[in-house]
Design a protein around this ligand. Structure first.
Ligand code: NAD
Ligand code: UDP
Length: 342
């Protein structure tokens, strides 16, 4: 198969490219590296089965030759990233998704949209299955991401109905693992970097909010199953083991042996109180269940970060710089604490 992966230079995208190359596919990676890192795909450069098209998919999606499948992952994903790039996030969810859908439609290719648990917003139904319509604030700061993904889902369904495109939607719940950017501001990368350097772990709110964390290898296996399938979805992909943010902090401290303190910060606006996927649909229709438990996944993630002390030091310097000036920081470097303003 020849697969176009938008966002292939990012955290999830690079693992997906790797899994596809490993099984013998050809991969065309489309990325502008606005939130990704070229080092994620450096190992694939020079592989004749791998091609990199550098550019903004909201402007155009330019792939020459055959395309059998399109995995559309391009979008900022970390809250600090999309809060800093609101218009770009809306553009890639709308125009970027349409460009990727057109590519798939022209080639009669399978199309898979990387949607998100954020379509459920701050859920009033718990746990969340795919029939729940969600509780999203359409004008809050997170709406640029949540509504872009909801629009992307609607567009994907419209192409399925009106253009007969072979589409599938996966709703991805919080995923972690190697190749997260150390300064991306997401909770797992932040806690691991902080624990390894002895900096205080920054807990937003009282830390009683919950998330369900999926290890990257499990998640990518789910996306590959969806690419192989005709299943339209939406299908939740996530690990249903639910933790409070405080429990996660405790686990990271235990596994790193760190004596870092815990520091409480204001809760960002519209931060969902709880989140846990029902994965019956993924299990029944795709034969997919996650296999890597949180302790094992965190161990692998910690090991990966610990092997990169230089990156971590740079990330911490950037985080401190961001906190000092309170808002803006150099490109790709954001304060870990998301401003709690609407
Ligand atoms: P990431 O930021 O590491 O990767 C996104 C990639 O898309 C980056 O390489 C970035 O440079 C690229 N990109 C962004 N806008 C682009 C544009 N306009 N044109 C070309 N490339 C562009 O994030 P990730 O965690 O790997 O997320 C990948 C996808 O999965 C996203 O669509 C995200 O919404 C979705 N998702 C991720 C998670 C998670 O926990 N990681 C959860 C839910 C959904
Ligand atoms: N969070 C935190 N400290 C951090 C980063 C995040 O307490 O340094 C919290 C955040 O407020 C949210 C949860 O951890 O409740 C998950 O945040 P993340 O940004 O990883 O993903 P989200 O699920 O919000 O998209």
């Amino acid at each position: 198969m020849r697969v176009a992966v938008t966002g292939g230079g990012g955290f999830l995208g690079s693992h997906l490219c790797e899994a596809l190359l490993r099984r013998g596919d050809e991969v065309v990676c489309l990325d502008d590296f606005s939130t990704g890192d070229p080092s994620n795909i450096a190992a694939f450069i020079g592989n004749p089965a791998f091609e990199l098209v550098r550019g903004d998919v909201s402007q155009s999606v330019d792939v020459r030759g055959a395309v059998d499948a399109v995995a559309h992952l391009a979008s900022p994903a970390s809250p600090p990233d999309y809060l800093r790039r609101p218009l770009e996030t809306l553009a890639v969810g709308s125009r970027g998704t349409e460009n990727a859908l057109r590519l798939a439609t022209q080639h009669g290719a399978r199309f898979v949209l990387a949607s998100t648990s954020e379509v459920y917003g701050d859920p009033e139904v718990h746990p969340q299955d795919e029939t729940y319509f969600g509780n999203v604030n359409p004008v809050g700061p997170r709406s640029v991401y949540d509504e872009a993904k909801r629009f992307a889902e609607a567009l994907t369904q419209a192409y399925r109905r009106n253009r007969a495109t072979n589409t599938g939607i996966v709703r991805i719940f919080n995923t972690y693992g190697p190749r997260m950017r150390p300064h991306d501001g997401r909770v797992v990368s932040s806690f691991v970097v902080q624990a390894l350097t002895g900096e205080p772990l920054t807990i937003y709110g009282d830390g009683k909010q919950t998330r369900s964390f999926c290890y990257v290898d499990d998640l990518v296996r789910g996306i590959v199953r969806m690419l192989n399938h005709d299943e339209p979805g939406p299908v939740n992909l996530g690990n249903p083991v639910e933790l409070t943010v405080l429990e996660l902090a405790g686990l990271v401290l235990d596994l790193t042996g760190s004596r870092a303190e815990i520091q409480f910060h204001p809760l960002p606006v519209d931060d969902p109180a709880r989140r846990r996927p029902v994965i019956a649909r993924a299990s029944e229709r795709l034969g997919w269940v996650p296999e890597v438990g949180i302790e094992e996944g965190l161990r692998r993630t910690i090991e990966w970060f610990a092997e990169r002390p230089g990156d971590i030091t740079a990330a911490l310097a950037a985080i401190r710089g961001g906190q000092q000036d309170g808002a803006t920081a150099p490109e790709g470097r954001l304060p870990i604490t998301t401003p709690a303003t609407s």
